[in-house]
Design a protein. Structure first.
Lengths: 167, 211
């Protein structure tokens, strides 16, 4: 099945974000779910260290603990919603998206390293495309717009070197 | 109970919107960086403009309280540096944190690899946080907004962002039309049926290769 019109799906996404602002008093996010999962995992292995670490410690100190974090539950919803939408549209398919220039193995390795680099960037920036670009973008936060512009600038700077992986 | 049901419902709608738009597909998403498919820009800016206008008008009408919405605090230099690192990773991964979860949920192995990479990256940054914390907390500007940066009224900035987005949509349509034209001529010229990339560019049929 064909993907929806980008403007219509964008408006729908904007209404979801607006609903989050109105009903939850906060916006969307994604990298925070990874941060709280990492904090909970470290705490399971080395509880005293995790609590003393200023990054993990913050997630551990939240009411309900790291596994009840709002963004983690929201991301569980994203997985359910993404799965259901793909199933309804006949787009559930096991496979690896890649260009003709790379093998499946190298695409997976590139994807993993890209994810790791993004994770480090998202920690420094206090969020990602969801929590900063979309949420802070709509609230006109200066830092969020700075994040969005610098992220796309870096993406465009790096992309030509990676063309073989995609085209 | 609503502290579970509300984020879960919002997440389900969020994931479905991303999937419907085609942003669970890394090939479609990376079209943004090669100017063959500007879906990322169109979806992001339609969403930002919709939510921005919603917040502006609902608060003006007194239906929502702006003060009740958590405003992200600005730490300008670390956020710009983080953005640069993030953007490089984004072009490598072909997916961002939210869309990688959608890609993984719809069966894509590369989505799962990005999810695993994100976890490792956040873990690594967390473990090295004592080295990062001074920079992380530097250049703190509080809840700083574009209207206060530009010394312009809130409504004026909202209107300007709408105009910039509309100009961007117009430019995006022209860029895509030009890329498609070039794609078509090179297709007949080179006699190479690059159907997969053309289909991905049009968004008609996502071209996933079977693992």
């Amino acid at each position: 099945m064909k993907y929806s019109d980008p403007y219509l799906s964008g408006v729908a996404l904007g209404l979801v974000l607006l609903a989050a602002f109105a009903f939850a008093g906060r916006g969307l996010g994604a990298s925070g779910a990874f941060a709280t999962t990492a904090s909970g995992s470290v705490a399971a292995i080395a509880p005293a260290y995790a609590e003393s670490n200023p990054y993990f410690g913050r997630y551990l100190a939240r009411p309900g603990g790291p596994w009840r974090e709002w963004l983690l539950i929201e991301i569980a919803g994203v997985v359910i919603g993404g799965f259901a939408s793909a199933a309804l549209a006949g787009r559930l398919r096991r496979g690896v998206e890649r260009g003709r220039g790379v093998s499946i193995g190298s695409r997976l390795a590139i994807a993993f390293s890209g994810g790791a680099v993004m994770g480090i960037g998202a920690v420094l920036a206090r969020g990602c495309t969801s929590g900063q670009a979309l949420t802070g973008g709509a609230l006109l936060s200066v830092g969020s717009w700075g994040f969005m512009l610098s992220a796309f600038a870096a993406g465009y700077a790096v992309a030509p070197a990676l063309k073989r992986a995609w085209r | 109970m609503s502290d579970i049901l509300l984020p879960l419902a919002i997440g389900i709608a969020f994931g479905a919107a991303l999937e419907r738009a085609g942003l669970g597909n890394a090939r479609k998403l990376t079209g943004q960086f090669y100017l063959t498919d500007l879906t990322v820009f169109k979806v992001m800016f339609s969403a930002i403009v919709t939510a921005m206008l919603g917040v502006f008008w609902l608060s003006r009408l007194g239906w929502i309280d702006l003060e009740a919405i958590a405003m992200p605090e600005t730490y300008l230099r670390p956020q710009i540096a983080g953005g640069l690192v993030f953007g490089a990773g984004f072009a490598l991964a072909g997916l961002c944190p939210g869309t990688s979860c959608v890609a993984a949920a719809s069966g894509r192995g590369d989505g799962l690899a990005v999810v695993a990479g994100l976890f490792s990256g956040v873990l690594l940054a967390g473990l090295s946080f004592p080295l990062l914390i001074d920079f992380y907390d530097s250049d703190a500007r509080g809840a700083w907004t574009l209207p206060s940066l530009l010394h312009l009224p809130y409504g004026f900035v909202v209107f300007a962002v709408v105009l910039v987005a509309l100009g961007g949509f117009f430019a995006a349509e022209r860029i895509e039309a030009r890329t498609l034209r070039i794609g078509r001529t090179s297709l007949t010229a080179s006699d190479q049926p690059s159907l997969t990339s053309r289909e991905a560019a049009v968004g008609a049929k996502p071209a996933a290769r079977q693992a």
